[in-house]
Design a protein around this ligand. Structure first.
Ligand code: TXD
Length: 309
């Protein structure tokens, strides 16, 4: 039985961690694609030479030729510029839009049956662009942002309480930016609502830190943005797809009526399995969360309205 073939479009900071994690966890054969001559080949060769130490027998290859994508089961896209200090994710739109158009055509023409996870920013606009250009069905095009934002929220709650990160569950919905919506009411610690452990001020501070978490890392790194936690977030999604786990995860999905949204990609809970986004899960939002969610959707809509396909 052949291993799944996983193509990574973009072999930079996130792409490198993706390749290493996927290969050393033996999730599938890895192909790194990038436009920089030799870089994907060099990274792949280095990881392949280290594979005995991870006990991994997958194949790891690099290429600058889209034709090598043939037969890919899963494609994960990080192609595009990352933020520098002082930049918002939206500032990347103009440049990354052109990159995403070329990537979408390359994937469409060479891996027409793949499930695609988009990571590039501004995420909600980039995953929409990929869907529109590729023409892939909505279940096979999903954006990674909510898993990262929810994971950051979980970490901040766990650190504040001094408990295991494994016992904190959280859902962050909406657009991947300052308007994201952490659903505080649904955050639990060992199944118990977080409001039984933290004051509203403490919770609000965690909400704000989550919204600014990407920028906090950019400000410290100065040369780019977070790359390990985003890569691991995409791995969580990839494992649910490759192993048909049916995880309920916050992902950027195309909503066609769900949450009152029609025709936009926005972060919502969904079931991720062998068919990609198997369904969007609608949860009740109270008045405040609904207002925040609608505002976040409007921000995504205004960003997408600037896209000239
Ligand atoms: O939660 C999220 N979705 C975000 C996404 C979390 C963190 C970072 N986010 C975004 O992912 C970030 O703002 C960027 O837009 C992407 C990739 O971030 P990364 O840190 O990996 O950027 P790098 O290291 O610059 O890597 C980008 C690679 C680089 O090697 C380029 O040569 C390549 O993209 N690139 C291309 N690959 C293929 N095709 C084209 N046209 C192309 N142009 C550049």
């Amino acid at each position: 039985m052949a291993r799944p073939k996983i193509a990574l479009i973009g072999g930079g900071n996130i792409g490198g961690v993706l390749a290493e994690q996927i290969a050393y966890r033996e999730l599938g054969d890895v192909l790194i694609f990038d436009v920089v001559e030799g870089m994907p080949q060099g990274k792949a060769l280095d990881m392949a030479e280290g594979a005995p130490l991870a006990g991994s027998d997958v194949s790891i290859a690099g290429t600058n030729d889209y034709k090598d994508l043939a037969g890919s089961d899963l494609v994960i896209i990080t192609a595009g510029l990352a933020r520098k200090p002082g930049m918002s994710r939206d500032d990347l739109l103009k440049t990354n839009l052109e990159i995403m158009k070329s990537v979408a055509k390359g994937v469409r023409d060479n891996a027409p049956d793949a499930i695609v996870i988009v990571i590039s920013n501004p995420l909600d606009a980039m995953v929409y662009t990929f869907k529109e250009i590729s023409g892939f069905p909505k279940n096979r095009v999903v954006g990674m942002a909510g898993v990262l934002d929810s994971t950051r929220f979980r970490s901040f709650v766990a650190w504040e309480l001094g408990v295991s990160v494994e016992d904190v569950s959280a859902l962050v919905l909406g657009g991947h930016g300052d308007t994201m919506v952490p659903l505080v009411r649904y955050c639990t610690v060992a199944g118990v609502p977080v409001s039984q452990f933290l004051s509203s001020d403490q919770i609000e501070a965690i909400v704000q830190r989550t919204k600014g978490a990407g920028g906090e890392v950019v400000g410290l790194l100065k040369t780019g943005s977070a790359f390990v936690s985003p890569a691991l977030s995409a791995i969580e999604m990839a494992e649910s797809i490759l192993h048909d786990k049916k995880r309920v995860l916050a992902c950027a999905c195309l909503c066609e009526g769900e949450y009152g949204v029609d025709g936009l990609y926005v972060g919502v809970p969904c079931v991720l399995g062998a068919n990609g986004v198997e369904r969007v899960v609608e949860v009740e939002l109270d008045e405040d969360d609904r207002k925040a969610f609608d505002a976040s959707v409007e921000h995504v809509r205004s960003l997408v309205s600037q896209i000239d396909l």
